[in-house]
Design a protein around this ligand. Sequence first.
Ligand code: ADP
Length: 248
Amino acid sequence: STEAASVLLAEDITVAFGGFVAVKGMNLKLHAHDLHFLIGPNGAGKTTMLDVICGKTKPLSGTVRLNDGTELTRLKEHQIVRKGVGRKFQAPSIFGGLTVQENLALAAESQRSPLRTLRIPRYGKISAAMERVIQQIGLQDRVYTRAGALSHGEKQWLEIGMLLLQEPRVLLLDEPVAGMTDEETHKTGRLLQDIAQERSVVVVEHDMEFVREYAAKVTVMHEGKLLKEGTMAEVQEDPRVAEVYLGK
Ligand code: ADP
């Protein structure tokens, strides 16, 4: 495949919690149209890397930059969202009492207004951008369903849809298929492939079967460091990768 333009570059990131160094000199480069998986044993520092990129955690040293030179590590979390970096956490952030349409409308609105002035936009009003996202996440039959009544998979897709309405260039996802049925998992894989046509997607994932099927690129972390990077085939060939997974 051809080398796409770099979108985001994290360089020499080190993160310490008290005296414990969770990430040590980690580098991560994202390209346009990446569907990039971040894997590694528990405690490797994967979630911490996502936290650094979205500004939730400030690194002890190192920088995260967009390709236009913006240094994200100097910005606050909400400013980073506005620079086009969206993060989906494992804990749900949808409003169960509101419909799918209302949740999406709120997400679209939050892009424009500060949180305290947020108002739920008029019931039933669907913008063109929203319509497109509803099709993309496959919830066209659930538009006026209360989000609390959705299946687990549908809730996850709604959250991804809410992120998409913020028009991110980079989407950071933490274990998006956890708890999903096989069918939901595959639908999610295809959705992420579709999103990567336009954006860069980074996924922290433990489900190796899912990674094998959908990863275009894999970065393996171990003890806060980069262990191996490449295609899934290249990564699997490296005996050091098997070693860290099997606990040597
Ligand atoms: P992974 O996502 O690869 O499982 P994490 O990034 O969640 O790993 O964690 C890396 C290491 O940092 C772990 O040892 C974890 O216990 C530690 N850690 C993460 N967050 C904190 C925190 N807020 N305070 C102290 N230690 C933390």
